[in-house]
Write a protein that binds this ligand. Structure first.
Ligand code: UD1
Length: 429
């Protein structure tokens, strides 16, 4: 299993190109199931989760082609990929595939809408909490689907097409919003989704669906209205820049110090997080080509943070922010409201010398003057990158084990950081 070795202490200086967003690319790829025409996606990040979803879609009959490899599309870089679901050969998503990546459960929406049936394995538990699928099932039921759960599978049927309806999400869910929006595009009549997720990835998906011929208004607000159409066609859509990757590297600079231009980053996708990072003492400057982050070496100010659905502070940046706060000049409180068990990084940060205590959903971090390098374990995608951030500022050597978590969501992490002066390398085994 690969490991990452870091030696902390260097400031970061230079440019980091921000990749296409994993969490936008995945639902856009799944949207290809809605049409027999070709959907071309630009700026698709080269990540383990994307490769896994390509395999899952292939199982349903989706062909893909990586376009224009010659033009700057080197191995490991964001690519343009075309997906064609001319014939859906299988409406079952088996346990072996769905259990590897939770977002693959989302195929249930397009399969049901286009084929009138879908049998999809329950995704099961996950390291950051129970993550149930009740909202998906309630929503699809509201659109007229007949839902049964048998032997670990959700069996959904809508023999005479889905039917538009009003559905109020009892809780904000990004995944359930993606799925119901996709399903409603091919339903008969109007669907109104209330208390919908407002994340930028939902807007990226709605833009793509509209380019495919759907009729969706209100994406990015909490009320999304969809007029169903008979069929969708192909389209071309660009994946938005990754706001979590942007925030992660901004926090890395805030922690290690330096001056880095985050190329292609869009401030509007993470304004709340940028405001928080600025409060810690870093300088954040939007430029024509991205976001410049500088920190002049003064102490890190402690800031309290509570995770919330967009436009609030994202749960996917909570671990990284805790990494930053471990060396703040004082005490900060970090409250997690989205997932009930998303603090596995606490004990690993403690191995680096961090002082953190947990009480329910709140972590209290007492900043220390210096962290000290140590062997640590990556436990999930975002938690593992918090260890990298902390390791960049720690004294001495840190080795992060189980880096396959990082490969799921961070494109060319070592290369991007070492390009800015960090001492970081992958140890393959
Ligand atoms: C997506 C992101 C993930 C991010 C999360 C919250 C992708 C691939 N993943 O995950 O990185 O951390 O949004 O911003 O885009 N819930 C239910 N019932 C359901 C569905 C969800 O109770 O049927 C709960 C979840 O357990 C959680 C909350 O709703 O407590 C929010 O989850 P949700 O927004 O659905 O997260 P994902 O879409 O899985």
């Amino acid at each position: 299993m690969d490991r990452i070795r870091l030696v902390g202490g260097n400031k970061l200086n230079g440019r980091i190109p921000i990749s296409g967003a994993k969490n936008a690319a995945l639902p856009l790829m799944i949207a290809s199931l809605l049409t027999d025409d070709t959907l071309t996606l630009e700026n698709v990040p080269h990540l383990a989760d994307v490769e896994q979803l390509i395999r899952i879609l292939g199982n349903h009959g989706v062909d893909y082609a990586v376009n224009g490899r010659r033009e700057k599309q080197q191995e490991g870089y964001s690519r343009t990929i075309s997906f064609t679901a001319r014939n859906i050969v299988d409406t079952t998503a088996p346990y072996e595939l769905v259990s590897k990546m939770r977002a693959s459960f989302w195929v249930i929406g397009p399969l049901l809408a286009r084929m009138g049936e879908a049998k999809v394995s329950l995704p099961g538990g996950c390291a950051i909490g129970t993550r149930p699928v009740d909202l998906f099932l309630e929503g699809l039921d509201a659109l007229g689907a007949k839902i049964d759960v048998e032997n670990g599978y959700v069996i959904a049927k809508a023999k005479n097409r889905l039917k538009g309806n009003r559905f109020v999400f009892p809780k904000v869910s990004v995944g359930a919003t993606h799925v119901l929006m996709m399903a409603a595009t091919l339903a008969r009549g109007e669907t109104v989704l209330e208390n919908a997720a407002r994340e930028p990835e939902v807007v990226n998906l709605a833009d793509c669906l509209n380019a495919m011929g759907a009729n969706i208004v209100g994406a990015g607000t909490s009320t999304i209205t969809i007029q169903g159409v008979d069929m969708l066609s192909g389209a071309r859509q660009k994946v938005i820049p990754d706001r979590i990757e942007t925030g992660t590297y901004a926090m890395a600079v805030a922690m290690a110090g330096g001056d880095v231009l985050l190329e292609n980053a869009r401030p509007d996708l993470l304004q709340t997080a940028l405001d928080v990072i600025a409060q810690t003492g870093a300088e954040i400057t939007p430029t024509n080509s991205g976001i410049r982050v500088t920190r002049n070496g003064h102490g890190i100010h402690p800031v309290d943070v509570t995770t919330e659905p967009f436009p609030g502070f994202p749960t996917d940046l909570q671990a990284q922010f805790m990494g930053l706060m471990t060396m703040a000049k004082g005490r900060s409180r970090i409250t997690e409201t989205i997932f009930e068990n998303r603090f596995m990084h606490v004990q690993e940060l403690a191995r680096l010398g961090a002082h953190i205590s947990l009480s329910g959903q709140t972590a209290t971090v007492e900043g220390v003057d210096m962290l000290k390098g140590a062997p640590v374990m990556a436990t999930d995608l975002r938690a593992s990158v918090s260890l990298v951030i902390a390791g960049l500022a720690a004294e001495g050597e840190t080795v992060v084990n189980r880096v396959y978590h990082l490969d799921r969501g961070f494109e060319r992490l070592e290369e991007k950081l070492s390009g800015c002066g960090a001492v970081i390398e992958r140890l393959s085994s």
